[in-house]
Design a protein. Structure first.
Length: 316
C-alpha cells in the first residue's frame, strides 16, 4: 500500500534523528497531506508531538479558505496542532522565487525545530533538470538534501504517485494548486511537458534515474566541501600563494565558502571564476567586484574582501 510506503519513509527518516517534537509543512496538496498523516502516525508511536504549519501566500483569491481547510485536514489526520502563517510575497526574482523566500522565512520563524517538507522523488527530478538548464554546476544538480537543518525531506525516494494514492487510501481529497499547472512557471512546464516526454523517449524511469544522479553527485559535493573546509583556515584573508597549487575545483570551493562567510551573496559562476583568477591566473590584475559593492583584491600574496562604493569614470 502507498500509505505504508509513505509511513515507512517518515519512520526511517526520523529514526536517524534525535527524538524530538517537530513540525510538518502542509499546503493541502497530496504530498503534504500524506506526509502529515504519516508524521502523526509515527509521532504517536514514538511519543512526540507534531504540529502542522500552513503558509498562506495570499496569491490567489480564496487563499485564506484554502489554508484554513488544509489546517483542518491536518488536524483530522492526527497532528497535535495546526496553524496558518500569513505572508506577503514581494521582492526580486519573480513570483516563484519570492513565494519560496516568504514561505521558508515564515516556516523558519515558527520556532518549530525540525520541519518536514513534502518534496518527493519527482520534485527532486524537476530540481535536477532546472539545475541542468541553468548550467549552475554540480551543487545545483545534486538537488535537495534529505536533511538540511531545520528542513527534513523524508519523501525524496517516494514517487508523487504514491502520495496521491495514499490520500485515496485515507479517503482525503487533496487541493490541486492551479499554479502547479500554470505554464507561466518553469517547474510547471517541466512537470507537465518535459518529464513526460523524457519518460516516453527514454522508456520510463527518468525521474528515478535523475534522483539517483542527484544522490551520487551530492555525495561527491559533500566530500569536496569537507576537503575544502580543511583548507580554508580561520583567518579573514586567504593565502593565495598556498592555494595556487590546489586543484581548481577544490580551490573554488574554498573561495566560495570564504566569500559567503565574508558577506558575499548572489554569486554566479562567473564571479567565482574571476576571483579564482586572482589565485590561479595571477598577473597583477585589479580587484574583482561582486554584488553589494564588494571587491576582492590580492595584496602581498593574500586575498581580502572589502565593501566600497564603485566610482564611475566619466569622459570629459
Amino acid at each position: 500500500m502507498s500509505l505504508d510506503l509513505v509511513r515507512r519513509a517518515v519512520r526511517g527518516f526520523l529514526a536517524e534523528r534525535p527524538r524530538q517534537d517537530f513540525a510538518v509543512a502542509v499546503s493541502g496538496g497530496a504530498d503534504s497531506l500524506a506526509l502529515a498523516e504519516a508524521s502523526a502516525y509515527v509521532a504517536r508511536k514514538t511519543g512526540v508531538r507534531v504540529r502542522a504549519l500552513v503558509v498562506d501566500h495570499g496569491l490567489q483569491e480564496g487563499s485564506a479558505d484554502v489554508a484554513a481547510q488544509a489546517a483542518a485536514q491536518a488536524r483530522e489526520l492526527g497532528v497535535d496542532a495546526a496553524e496558518v502563517l500569513t505572508v506577503e510575497v514581494t521582492g526580486a526574482g519573480g513570483m516563484e522565487a519570492a513565494a519560496r523566500r516568504a514561505r521558508y522565512a515564515a516556516l523558519s520563524s515558527a520556532d518549530a525545530g525540525l520541519v518536514l517538507l513534502g518534496h518527493t522523488r519527482d520534485d527532486q527530478a524537476e530540481t535536477v533538470l532546472l539545475g541542468l538548464g541553468r548550467g549552475s554546476g554540480p551543487r545545483s544538480i545534486a538537488g535537495m538534501k534529505p536533511f538540511d537543518p531545520p528542513w527534513g525531506r523524508p519523501l525524496l525516494d517516494v514517487p508523487r504517485s504514491a502520495t496521491r494514492q495514499a490520500c485515496a487510501e485515507l479517503g482525503v481529497r487533496p487541493w490541486e494548486d492551479p499554479h502547479n499547472s500554470d505554464p507561466r512557471f518553469r517547474r510547471s512546464r517541466l512537470r507537465a511537458e518535459v518529464l513526460p516526454l523524457l519518460e516516453d523517449v527514454l522508456s520510463g524511469g527518468v525521474a528515478a534515474a535523475l534522483a539517483r544522479t542527484a544522490a551520487q553527485l551530492r555525495e561527491d559535493v559533500e566530500t569536496l566541501d569537507e576537503l575544502a573546509e580543511g583548507l580554508r583556515g580561520t583567518e579573514d584573508t586567504l593565502d593565495a600563494k598556498a592555494l595556487a597549487g590546489v586543484p581548481a575545483a577544490l580551490r573554488r570551493r574554498v573561495l566560495r565558502r570564504w566569500l559567503l562567510d565574508a558577506g558575499a551573496c548572489d554569486l554566479t559562476d562567473a564571479h567565482l571564476r574571476s576571483v579564482d583568477d586572482l589565485v590561479g591566473k595571477w598577473r597583477g590584475q585589479g580587484g574583482v567586484w561582486l554584488p553589494g559593492s564588494l571587491v576582492v583584491e590580492r595584496t602581498h600574496g593574500r586575498l581580502a574582501m572589502d565593501r566600497r562604493e564603485r566610482r564611475e569614470v566619466r569622459g570629459e
